[in-house]
Design a binder for this molecule. Sequence first.
Ligand code: XMP
Length: 513
Amino acid sequence: KIIILDFGSQYTQLIARRVRELNVYCEIHPFNNLPEFDETVKGVILSGSPYSVRQEDAPQIDFNSIQERFPLLGVCYGAQYIAQKSGGEVLPSEIREYGRANLQFVNAENELLAGVPVQSQVWMSHGDTIKEVPSNFEIIASTDKVRVAAYHVVGTRTYGIQFHPEVTHSTDGVVLLKNFVVGICGCAQEWTPDAFAETSVAALKAELGEDHVILALSGGVDSTVAAVLLHQAIGKNLHCIFVDHGLLRKGEFEQVLDSYKNMGLNIKGINAKELFFGRLAGISDPEQKRKIIGNSFIDVFDEAAKEIQKELPEGLEAKWLGQGTIYPDIIESVSVKGPSATIKSHHNVGGLPDFMKLKVVEPLKTLFKDEVRRVGKTLGVDPAILGRHPFPGPGLAIRILGDITEDRVRIVQEADDIFIRNLKEAGWYDKVWQAGTIFLPVRSVGVMGDERTYEHVVSLRAVGSLDGMTADWIHLPYDLLAKISNEIINHVKGINRVVYDISSKPPATIEWE
Ligand code: XMP
């Protein structure tokens, strides 16, 4: 594997994704919490950073011992850091070096740059520049503004690059990363979804033995793939719980429950609508809605888990809680908010209380979202589940602005069903990252036949995104929007007006609450 040491750059995760796209396994670790460097490690990458190496509180590591044992690649800050610590000079750039540039000089003889042509476009993003390198550093690439765009420390396997190979704007970035991880580090490109599934099932079998595991399914990609892996490892000893809070999309609970049963999962569907609606009655504050739903979910889950424990044979108890946590949830990234460079860990999934006293098993904790999908595909998970748009845990509760009533849930479900069906029929569903329908608790005047109407409004939302952090609204064809609007107004009682949300994130968010 490859170890990526993170100095807090916004691009660190992207480096990891590119390496994994080469079918090479890699892990991100914060610079001040080093992992064990055992014999499975084949090479190390130092990331970029929002810090300058000239700052007193800049992140520091002792890379000498790493450099002696492994091939080492410094990217941006990483490259400047190695250069400076080795006796070179790093100064503020006279001009801001940000954006596209082209390599004017490339030493294609160098193993790192094999196959990277002169004129290759690279992406720069830095405020400092390497002015002088020590005499044992060979400059292997330059742009017209950046003399030290890449270097090799002669006689070692240490390299530095000033530009960012991990962003797609660096057109030969992947070639360079492949030269490093495959050519220089000697990693085999064997980390495939198939191999992942096979080794995780074997590892889960060994870890869990005859133990029983309880897992909450949400109908989403992550929990489903986690369940299938666990199911392949321990079969009926995996007990799944699927809670209907009454705020899922139309017909979703029944459909998903069916497909889970078809996959052979040992699953308990629980209708808890009444409890959720009861507790949500009269609540219109979004954060309060989230809190109530989260707490109620725990209550229902806890009750169901106790039932499962009771049904197990005498003397047996479920010791494990299965979770669909994925890699971005657990990567410890370096907090760059304060000068003290503290470590912040993002264990934001879990939320279940300690009193459950179960050990946690998270089969997907090393995977990115797209990798989860690929693993799901090799495991034969229903493509309808794998290709689904993300859906928030609190469900339609945060797509109904204001109070939640059963009638408003019906309206949103029916309108959303029309919207999504039309997106699918017109071939737009897979081009959209997330789509949904929002109920607005305002009424407007309309006319139907000879009658004046005074009814509610729904807004349609369809966005493109990579990870939900930023998003842009999708330019759906006018004809399609017209068809959807007509169908909704003609068929959904209580709606006489449909609008389309044309806000991007930021400054708006994807959900309205
Ligand atoms: P926003 O609205 O913050 O949403 O732009 C970004 C992504 O997160 C989802 N989302 C949630 N998911 N619980 C969840 O599990 C929540 O409370 C929640 N709020 C937003 C949203 O659907 C989008 O994909």
